[in-house]
Design a protein around this ligand. Structure first.
Ligand code: C2E
Ligand code: CA
Ligand code: CA
Length: 244
């Protein structure tokens, strides 16, 4: 209510051209006395006391506001993804809540992506499955976040037809030059593409990692090598620099 929580935006890029293909909204807390706080330092607390759902919806609303203002100012609009806690999936009206917020700002659902971590899905796979189907029917994009960190990743993709798989950054950062790492990652990428899911690798920090990923058939990335999370204004400046 004090406006201290705001989304920052981290661009997602096509590694072949470096052009922006979307962004992820990542919450930041501009604390009046403690300065800028990262989500790792407060999200776990709000997960425990349940307030995280209000935070997620607030971030989502701020994202809708931003998309609306980019549309009005003729800036290019890309799909923006938001993170949602597992707690939303116990609420049957979650997709409806998102639709109401999007309608307030006249934002097409196709520009909004719901990221759910693999571990959140596993807490209640049935509920997540139903919600994802409904979100998709309503035209929202869906993504499995931190893919590969849970214990049933393969069973999960068989069951859940999300638009996007976000490969966890541990796959990119843990020994990617290694032969075994490349075989595993290459097969995850091929599997996703054959299932008609887009695949994006998180945590790309070096040109070498990018080159290997492209050789393995993945062309979408999110990582410090291309862009760090940045305040809306800086992200807007980045958008304005893009060739149309
Ligand atoms: P996540 O969803 O996996 O988000 C990606 C995190 O990786 C971000 O950390 C981002 O800054 C960081 N990252 C991106 N590229 C790189 C890279 O190349 N190298 C490294 N080392 N890190 C990179 P951040 O912003 O601190 O967010 C941490 C986590 O907090 C997120 O992980 C997400 O799980 C959670 N989170 C963020 N915003 C929200 C939110 O609005 N709601 C909820 N429920 N969770 C959120
Ligand atoms: Ca995420
Ligand atoms: Ca992630």
């Amino acid at each position: 209510s004090n406006g201290e929580l705001t989304p920052w935006f981290q661009a997602k890029v096509d590694m072949r051209t470096g052009s922006i293909i979307g962004a992820e909204a990542l919450v930041r807390w501009n604390h009046p006395t403690r300065g800028l706080l990262m989500p790792g330092s407060f999200i776990p607390l709000f997960e425990r006391n349940g307030l995280v759902t209000s935070i997620d919806l607030h971030v989502f609303e701020e994202v809708c506001k931003a998309l609306r203002s980019w549309q009005l100012r003729n800036l290019p609009t890309h799909i923006i993804s938001c993170n949602f806690s597992q707690l939303h999936f116990d609420r049957k009206d979650f997709p409806q809540q998102l639709a109401e917020i999007a309608a307030r700002y006249d934002v097409p659902h196709a520009l909004l992506e719901v990221e759910i971590t693999e571990s959140a899905i596993m807490k209640n796979p049935e509920a997540a499955w139903m919600q994802i189907i409904q979100l998709k029917q309503m035209g929202f994009k869906t993504a499995i976040d931190d893919f590969g960190t849970g214990y049933s990743s393969l069973g999960l993709v068989q069951m859940l037809n999300t638009d996007v798989i976000k490969v966890d950054r541990s796959f990119v950062q843990r020994d990617l030059p290694g032969q075994r790492a490349q075989v595993v990652l290459g097969n995850i990428i091929r599997m996703a593409l054959e299932l008609d899911m887009a695949v994006i690798c998180e945590g790309v920090e070096t040109a070498e990692q990018a080159a290997i990923l492209m050789r393995l058939g993945c062309f979408k990335a999110q990582g410090f090598f291309y862009a760090k999370p940045e305040p809306e204004r800086d992200f807007e400046a980045r958008l304005a620099l893009q060739p149309f």
